[in-house]
Design a protein around this ligand. Structure first.
Ligand code: GLA
Length: 400
């Protein structure tokens, strides 16, 4: 969980944004809620946009003096002093996505040495201009970074950005349950399953789709990454309407129920209270952080993907103690409300049997909970979801 500058600021940032984010996250409750990383993304180096990363005479990259007048290590120290971890970014290829030559390819050992000496706690390793698949090349790259990070002696969360492991790289099908290379989960702590998310509903759906069938792969220390949350940004910018609130809640619920990294990315200085309350929802966060054998996935019952027509999706995550989290989801952008059903017996975590069972259903956003018979049935407007935690199921009492 954390915050990253990329979605709101792209490469147009200065260090002030990070100092400010650290301060904001302490005062607005995000730190207490569990958001611990503050991450930079592409564009921190000297030479950004000139076509060449500036490296000093020893070959080490230097930070942009214009962006970091006080120096990058001073910022990292501040982030640490405030009780956060610092996430850094580099690119495994020879040229950055922005076109600057001289990113980490050929400098891997030096760069890991430099970054860890600054005290980084996370490293996102991007894939711009790396060799195109075969996957074996991607694996070699990731194996090298894995070894260097392990040898550094510093505990660094390793985030693989698009080096293999995607569902849409031509080796896997978009709608099927895609094949999987086990090295993806063995060598990094999180890996992107898809291309870059944009701040649109359609892009959110596309990246969500890349999680389908991958819940069994995620687990403690190894997470599917559908990319940053766009909650509060672009098409998700909150306009005060119910529809706008609901679509933001749906996006967050879907990332939470799939154990996806919760890296939020709006400008926190102007983040509306209603959006902040989504970030701070304790039940949503606890659903995201618990693990009971599957990271969360589309629900399969009797061999069928429930809601398989994609107009009504059901995402499910088992939780410890016979508890389950479910997101019933209408991804359509317009049209009438759709009816969705989920019988309890389709949720294995509950161990609830035939009709007649009752369970406690907690509405994550509304906060109210009640005993409900048999299962869930809701009508959902386009771009909305019903996010619940279900527990304490009871079988039917014996009639004598
Ligand atoms: C790639 C990554 C993004 C972001 C940019 C930065 O596109 O996938 O997440 O890091 O590079 O240039």
């Amino acid at each position: 969980m954390g915050w990253c500058s990329w979605n709101a600021f792209n490469r147009n940032f200065t260090e002030d944004i990070f100092y400010r984010a650290a301060d904001e996250m302490v005062t607005n409750g995000m730190q207490a809620a569990g958001y611990e990383y503050i991450n930079v993304d592409g564009g921190w180096w000297e030479g950004i946009g000139t076509g060449k990363v500036v490296r000093n005479s020893s070959g080490y990259p230097t930070w942009s003096a214009a962006k970091y007048p006080r120096g990058l290590p001073t910022l990292i120290e501040y982030i640490h002093k405030k009780g956060f971890k610092y996430g850094h970014y580099t690119n495994a290829g020879p040229t950055a996505c922005s076109g600057d030559e001289g990113t980490s390819q050929g400098y891997e050992a030096q760069d890991v040495h430099l970054f860890t000496s600054w005290g980084i706690d996370m490293l996102k390793v991007d894939a711009c201009y790396t060799p195109v698949p075969p996957a074996s090349k991607n694996k070699d790259i990731i194996q090298l970074w894995n070894r260097l990070l392990n040898e550094s002696g510093r505990k660094v969360l390793f985030s693989n950005c698009r080096n293999g492991c995607r569902t849409d790289n031509g080796t896997t099908s978009k709608h099927g349950f895609s094949p999987w290379a086990p090295w993806c989960a063995e060598l990094t702590n999180m890996w992107r399953n898809s291309g870059d998310i944009k701040a649109t509903w359609a892009s959110m759906l596309y990246n969500l789709d890349s999680l389908k069938g991958r819940g069994a792969i995620g687990g403690p220390g190894r997470w599917n990454d559908p990319d940053f949350l766009e909650v509060g940004v672009g098409e998700f910018a909150y306009d005060g309407s119910k529809r706008s609130l609901e679509m933001n809640r749906a996006h967050f619920a879907l990332w939470a129920v799939t154990s996806s990294p919760l890296i939020v990315a709006p400008d926190l200085a102007s983040c509306p209270r209603d959006i902040l309350e989504i970030f701070l929802n304790e039940v949503a966060i606890s659903i995201n952080q618990q693990y009971a054998g599957n990271a969360g996935d589309r629900l399969i019952f009797d061999g069928e993907v429930l809601g398989a027509n994609d107009e009504s999706q059901i995402w499910y995550k088992p939780l410890p103690n016979k508890t389950a989290a479910v997101v019933l989801f209408n991804p359509a952008s317009d049209g009438a409300a759709v009816k969705l059903n989920v019988p309890y017996r389709s949720l294995p975590a509950l161990a609830a049997g035939m009709p007649g069972w009752r369970c406690r259903v907690l509405d994550v956003w509304g906060g109210n909970n009640s005993m409900v018979d048999d299962g869930l049935e809701v009508f959902l407007e386009p771009r909305s979801a019903y996010f619940v935690m279900i527990s304490l199921c009871e079988g039917p009492s014996l009639v004598i």
